[in-house]
Design a protein around this ligand. Structure first.
Ligand SMILES: [Zn+2]
Length: 491
């Protein structure tokens, strides 16, 4: 009966954020709490528990730790989490880790590579290590060389962690039975951006994922993992990659990875995105309809490590006197405390947002408002990305400002992007009956909100994402690189 180590360590690090990621920023489950909370859920861990039963593994699951994207992870946090994982490694026959793939710490710009290097050193060269990743992973040679399989999610919104974890578990089990000796080949090109930011509905990402499905089905590779990369990371290896897992290393995997990246390079400029300026968005919001206009503020997306407290767009909504609108959310624990002091049903002035960097989407604004809802911020998410797990945004409030129905503003104390209707409904925001809903999210909101929207527009509110795009200063990134430099050959 093989013993398998599993763990979650997930953080997408935006190295341009001023908000350092401490141990407190992580939601952490340990030991028995992990099985209690995750068994039976449609998550990577839910799949891992099922696989352990199917294959007869004894699971060791010391820790599951994830934090909303934010700035560089402090060394002390990484060492604490990595130590918890490595402490259970001795004597394991295999490992199935669920990582993000774009974590940066004070000391390691490739934190997952460092973790896998240590795990490999602890387990020795022959114990199989299989890893699931986010498709926004910045995959490095260190990760590829120290893992026997890399498998990223294939959807954005990411709704297939469960399926990918089952695929990874099946791969690991074959390796444990010595049926296969998997190895990973990796390819990259001098690209920081590409693959349409990882959008899987159409365009080059869709094309490569379809090819990957075909090659896997034909037995040409055990797994093909396509990563769009995470661009708000000033590290040497940021950008798209393809990792191909094959049985043994005979060059086939590298040939597939190279051909995929040649295609990604050729189509690097393809985009499905168009960004609407705020005034145009306000004009569209003034029109009424039978379902909400959903505006996603892509440039202040906590899911990309932006601050989640930019106020320019909210200020424009108040200025435009929008009716029956909702705004999710402003991340501002101090503003929540003001709302608590005012009390439910009472009216007062709340100063909110813009606290991290007023140059990134606007400074604090003071809003006269009624406090409609106060909450501890815990709710059960039920959308396709959530798998029925409990989420916690910390003490939260919903304010209503303006005449009549006005604008409902969610305030949260733990940052997080809008991905699930329950984030709004748990605060009393009646999603389907709103005329306009603003969500701070780049793409993940679509799984839950597309079905209720009359139309979706993407707005540049001037937040950190906009600042990085307009002039993010990269000092560690390999150069030359597209689109920051003129690059003529893929090299
Ligand atoms: Zn992602």
């Amino acid at each position: 009966m093989p013993t398998v180590l599993t763990a979650v360590l997930s953080h997408e690090t935006n190295t341009f954020s001023r908000f350092p990621t401490t141990l407190d920023c992580f939601s952490i489950l340990r030991g028995g709490d992990i099985s209690r909370e995750r068994r039976g859920t449609r998550t990577h861990l839910g799949a891992t528990f099922e696989a352990a039963e199917t294959y007869g593994w004894t699971l060791r699951h010391p820790i599951a730790a994830a934090a909303t994207p934010s700035g560089t992870v402090e060394d002390a946090a990484f060492e604490h989490l990595a130590t918890a994982i490595l402490a259970e490694a001795e004597g394991c026959d295999g490992a199935l880790l669920h990582l993000h793939g774009a974590m940066v710490t004070d000391s390691f710009e490739d934190a997952e590579g460092e973790l896998l290097r240590r795990l490999r050193a602890a387990l020795g060269p022959h114990v199989p290590i299989v890893v699931t990743l986010d498709l926004h992973a910045n995959v490095t040679s260190q990760m590829a060389n120290n893992a026997n399989g890399l498998i990223a999610v294939r959807t954005y919104p990411h709704i297939d962690y469960y399926e990918r974890a089952h695929q990874a578990a099946a791969l690991l089990d074959r390796a444990l039975r010595n049926e296969i000796r998997p190895r990973v080949a990796l390819a990259r090109r001098p690209m920081l951006r590409g693959l349409d930011g990882g959008r899987t509905q159409m365009g080059p990402m869709r094309e490569l994922l379809d090819r990957a499905d075909g090659l896997e089905a034909a037995g040409e590779a055990l797994a093909i993992s396509v990563h769009a990369g995470f661009t708000a990371a000033d590290i040497h290896d940021a950008g798209p990659t393809v990792a191909v897992t094959t049985d043994g290393a005979d060059g086939r995997g590298q040939a597939i990875a190279d051909s995929f990246m040649d295609y990604a390079w050729e189509h690097r400029a393809w985009t499905s995105q168009s960004w609407t300026p705020i005034p145009e968005a306000m004009a569209l919001a003034a029109e009424s309809g039978t379902a909400p206009l959903v505006i996603n503020e892509i440039t202040d997306n906590p899911g990309s490590g932006h601050y989640g407290d930019a106020t320019n767009l909210l200020a424009a909504m108040i200025e435009a006197k929008l009716q029956n609108a909702a705004f999710y959310a402003i991340f501002d624990p101090a503003a929540v405390q003001q709302a608590i002091a005012i009390g439910v049903g009472n009216t007062g002035a709340v100063t909110l947002g813009g606290r991290h960097d007023p140059a990134a989407g606007g400074g604090p604004i003071t809003v006269p408002a009624r406090v409609v809802t106060l909450s501890d911020g815990r709710f059960r998410a039920y959308g396709a990305m959530a798998g029925g797990v409990w989420r916690d945004h910390g003490p939260s409030a919903m304010l209503r400002t303006g005449e009549g129905d006005g604008i409902e503003i969610a305030l949260i104390s733990r940052n997080g992007q809008a991905t699930d209707l329950a984030q709004l409904t748990s605060l009393g925001i009646d999603v389907p009956r709103k005329s306009t809903i603003v969500l701070k999210s780049a793409q993940h909101f679509r799984a839950a909100f597309t079905p209720v929207a009359r139309r979706i527009i993407t707005v540049d509110g001037g937040g950190l994402g906009s600042v990085i795009l307009r002039g993010g200063r990269f000092t560690r990134l390999r150069r030359p690189i597209w689109p920051l430099d003129e690059v003529t050959a893929a090299g």
